[in-house]
Design a protein around this ligand. Structure first.
Ligand SMILES: Cc1cc2nc3c(=O)[nH]c(=O)nc-3n(C[C@H](O)[C@H](O)[C@H](O)COP(=O)(O)OP(=O)(O)OC[C@H]3O[C@@H](n4cnc5c(N)ncnc54)[C@H](O)[C@@H]3O)c2cc1C
Length: 244
């Protein structure tokens, strides 16, 4: 039998909530309302995703009046406005403060397992034992990068929205934005406003295989399933791949 290296038991409680985004904090608030002892384990800071995984100019797509959490509503004077990132961070942090959420920041959960009739939560700061676990670690934590990106030459820098912050961060030259939903459209708009040569591609799904066009620099091949938005239609030296 392999013996697990002994870890200190950091604490015992009724429930452990993993993640201090708005889901984890809302759950904490509801647990507290029922007098259920609990702790929130957060690998970074409160509202970590908004602090570290969004671009600088991002504003919520949802209007302020829709920003409500259990026992906590938007109370500003601009109900039809859209929060900036700093405002979102302030809103979520304010909620944590107002509800005295028991957050342990800087604590990464590495595993959860059943152990002697309760849960053993292993973190990089010791173990927790509890009777219930709420996983509120986020809905968008795993990047989905299409396989076609592997075919892009190494000299072309590729960024995902998680690592994109602003146009100044981009190397000189043309920019291709792939994807034209909320994120792609916002980034394309910002990059174009920064006067960078831009191509913007989106995919139209056509039943089974969806053709995707990708590009090296400005070279973009247009095929049946892709549509390019941008004023400069240039070379067709791009590579064309198919979705798996
Ligand atoms: C680009 C973008 C724009 C968006 N715009 C909007 C919008 O306009 N309006 C809207 O309503 N929603 C928007 N969303 C969706 C919104 O971000 C999510 O719905 C929301 O963040 C989910 O909240 P959450 O608490 O479930 O997860 P998160 O906010 O992601 O919180 C999860 C927390 O868990 C922590 N965590 C993860 N793993 C561990 C671990 N192993 N141990 C400890 N802690 C861990 C993370 O650090 C994080 O703090 C947007 C999302 C993206 C990506």
């Amino acid at each position: 039998m392999i013996k697990r290296a002994a870890q200190s038991v950091a604490g015992r409680t009724d429930a452990v909530v993993i993640g201090a985004g708005h889901s984890g904090l809302a759950m904490s608030r509801c647990l507290a309302a029922r007098s259920i002892n609990h702790v929130i384990l957060e690998r970074g800071e409160i509202a970590n995703s908004w602090r570290h995984e969004r671009w600088d100019s991002l504003r919520l797509l949802t209007p302020n009046w829709m920003s409500t959490l259990p026992g906590y509503d938007y109370v500003g004077d601009d109900p039809h406005g859209y929060m900036s990132m700093q405002e979102v961070i302030g809103f979520i942090s304010g909620y944590a403060h107002a509800s005295s959420a028991p957050v342990r920041t800087g604590t990464t959960v590495t595993s959860v397992e059943l152990y002697q009739g309760c849960f053993r939560i292993v973190t990089d700061r010791g173990e927790w034992r509890c009777r219930a676990v709420v996983v509120a670690s986020g809905a968008f934590n795993v990047l989905v990068v299409p396989a076609v990106s592997k075919a892009v030459p190494e000299k072309v820098t590729q960024l995902t929205p998680r690592h994109y912050r602003n146009p100044q961060q981009l190397e000189p030259g043309g920019v291709l934005v792939v994807g034209a939903s909320a994120t792609g459209v916002q980034l394309a708009d910002e990059i174009r406003r920064a006067r960078r040569p831009l191509r913007h591609c989106r995919r139209r799904c056509q039943g089974t295989g969806c053709p995707v066009a990708t590009a090296n620099r400005f070279g973009t091949r247009q095929d049946a399933g892709s549509e390019c938005i941008g004023k400069n239609r240039r070379s067709t030296r791009g590579q064309t791949c198919r979705c798996p």
